[in-house]
Ligand binder design. Structure first.
Ligand code: ZN
Length: 313
């Protein structure tokens, strides 16, 4: 069983699908790689953004629930999502955000510059000036030049009451290592892949978050295929984590469990991937449904809101 190879995808919640689509494609320059529905609630969309081919470690997904209230950040959830950028791109991104009327600030953490801002629903996004790492697969038709494009996830920050039980999971079951501490921020690094960093922001007694628009629903970690995922499922059960059975998410297979401080984690397979049901040229261009929902296509299409793709095509 390989150690976990970083983050596979991050799933969030939005109340405004069109605004969300425009922000992630036009401002952050992520490609709309899959337009499908929430398999547990097929009357709502499930949007996937990523690099040009939907590489694991670049995938940000959203459930658009039109009438949900705004979330409130707190312990027991993900507080911020970080992408890596090239160290020479900090100034470019500052100007780009100003051009789009997005307020930002600049910090230094663990000797790396971090550009902080929020998406339209106040979800915190961080751009970490990382070591020079390649852009997984640049979206040539997107708005960001290749040299400044987001370089996949850097990691996430979780709000916790107590670092120890989450650290025991990361180190003991996922193969992460403690690599640094600054104040109440403790950093763990995974064994490889994109999105290797998990920061725990330790805030004993801080109120718990309330999920809503602008909240992270869960963080998914990478496993190669079904057999390795099964080994993880058995190992998690043996260690006392109540992971679910395997769910078929069409583009990957998933198991879920809550880490001890309350954030929902998933372990997802790289296979079969986002090219499973449409070619790379037309990713995201039409509503894709899994075979078991195809018979309800007409009804589903009448229930999901109309969105406009022409603004970025
Ligand atoms: Zn997921």
């Amino acid at each position: 069983m390989n150690k976990i190879q970083g983050i596979h995808h991050i799933t969030c919640m939005t109340a405004n699908p069109q605004q969300n689509l425009d922000f992630y494609t036009q401002v952050l320059g992520q490609r709309f790689v899959k337009r499908t529905v929430n398999f547990d609630d097929p009357s709502t969309y499930h949007f996937y953004y990523g690099d040009n081919v939907g590489s694991p470690g670049t995938i940000m997904t959203f459930f658009p629930w039109a009438h949900i209230a705004k979330g409130r950040r707190g312990n027991g959830e993900t507080l911020a999502i970080a992408y890596a950028i090239h160290p020479n791109s900090v100034n470019w991104w500052q100007k780009w955000l100003i051009k789009h009327n997005i307020e930002h600030s600049l910090e230094t953490r663990f000797n790396q510059q971090v550009v902080l801002f929020a998406d339209p629903e106040e979800m915190v996004i961080e751009l970490v000036a990382n070591v020079d790492q390649p852009v997984p697969a640049h979206w040539e038709n997107g708005p960001i030049p290749a040299e400044h494009a987001l370089q996949a996830f850097h990691g996430v920050t979780l709000g916790v009451d107590d670092a120890m039980p989450t650290a025991a999971l990361l180190v003991g079951s996922f193969g992460y290592e403690l690599v640094g501490q600054e104040g109440n921020r403790v950093r763990y690094q995974g064994a490889g892949g994109f999105g290797q960093f998990i920061d725990l922001l330790v805030r004993p007694g801080h109120p718990r978050g309330r999920l809503g628009a602008g909240s992270v629903h869960h963080v998914a970690f990478r496993t190669v295929d079904d057999s390795e995922q099964l080994e993880y499922l058995n190992a998690l059960h043996a260690a006392g984590y109540p992971a679910t059975n395997v769910k078929d998410r069409q583009y990957f297979h998933s198991i879920y469990f809550r880490e001890p401080n309350g954030t929902l984690f998933e372990v997802a397979t790289d296979a079969p991937g986002f090219l499973y049901d449409e070619p790379v040229e037309s990713l995201g261009s039409e509503l894709k449904l899994p075979p078991w929902l195809e018979q309800h296509r007409e009804k589903i299409e009448s229930m999901v809101p109309t969105i406009h793709l022409d603004s970025y095509a």
